[in-house]
Design a protein around this ligand. Structure first.
Ligand SMILES: Nc1ncnc2c1ncn2[C@@H]1O[C@H](COP(=O)(O)OP(=O)(O)OP(=O)(O)O)[C@@H](O)[C@H]1O
Ligand SMILES: [Mg+2]
Length: 227
């Protein structure tokens, strides 16, 4: 569950380069939803996703993530909460190119004290199976296609079994057909009970989701069910 109450985000507040990137956002995303966020460049989509993902904090207003009021947690505690509750997927994949698929997927587990070394292999294998790349585990990331890279990044995002997956333009670097397949993969993960939020410029991607939120100039201008 993610609840934003009257959230504002200002970059460089009270300076002459202040940017008011999010304005009075009220938003509730329940467990199991599949949400798309759209809006022109600079409208605040990534800022919103970063706040939802605890990568950044609101300037004012309140954010409740699964019973945690993020205001009450310091930097390290918040990083721990983020690692356990949230999987983040980026447009540019963010993989270590000279490492194998296996090593890339393992990365978040290294920072999760709850996961014992013995469990790692089965968690990594399961995540790879869930995204359809079980046979690629020993390939280097640099040797993968764009779609395979994004699947690897998604496996890395789900390996800690987070309830929430946030993706910032996850299909922007992919061709149409691969974009459809990757969005379909998010749907499959959603069907397994995860909450999924995707930022996209692509209306075809948004139309595969259940709910569309639109931003303009930092404001939420619409919030509509898709089907
Ligand atoms: N770290 C930052 N410091 C200062 N201003 C920022 C920072 N990040 C974003 N901004 C500004 O905040 C506003 C919203 O940016 P944001 O990245 O959220 O937009 P976006 O909707 O994701 O755009 P895009 O589609 O281009 O990714 C923009 O005016 C941007 O210039
Ligand atoms: Mg962005």
């Amino acid at each position: 569950m993610m609840i934003l109450n009257n959230v504002n985000k200002k970059y460089n507040p009270r300076t002459d380069i202040e940017v008011h990137a999010l304005k009075d956002i009220d938003l509730k995303i329940s467990d199991g939803e599949f949400v798309a966020i759209m809006g022109v460049s600079g409208s605040g989509k990534s800022t919103l996703l970063h706040i939802l993902g605890c990568m950044d904090r609101a300037t004012d207003g309140e954010y409740i993530l699964n019973d945690y009021n993020v205001k009450n947690y310091g930097k390290n505690a918040l990083a721990q909460i983020r690692n356990e509750e949230i999987g983040f997927v980026l447009q540019s994949f963010g993989l270590m190119n000279d490492k194998t698929v296996y090593e890339n997927i393992s990365y978040p587990l290294i920072f999760n004290p709850a996961v014992k070394h013995k469990q790692m292999k089965s968690l990594i294998t399961k995540a790879a199976e869930d995204v359809g790349i079980a046979e690629l585990l020993h390939k280097k990331a640099s040797e993968l296609s764009g779609g395979q890279k994004q699947r690897t990044a998604i496996a890395r995002a789900i390996v800690n079994r987070p309830k929430i997956i946030l993706a910032d333009e996850p299909t922007a670097a992919l061709d149409k057909k691969t974009a459809f397949e990757i969005t379909d993969l998010f749907r499959a993960l959603n069907n397994k009970g995860r909450t999924v939020v995707i930022v996209t410029h692509d209306r075809a991607v948004a139309e595969q989701c259940d709910r569309l939120i639109e931003l303009a100039d930092g404001k939420m201008i619409s919030d509509t069910p898709i089907r």
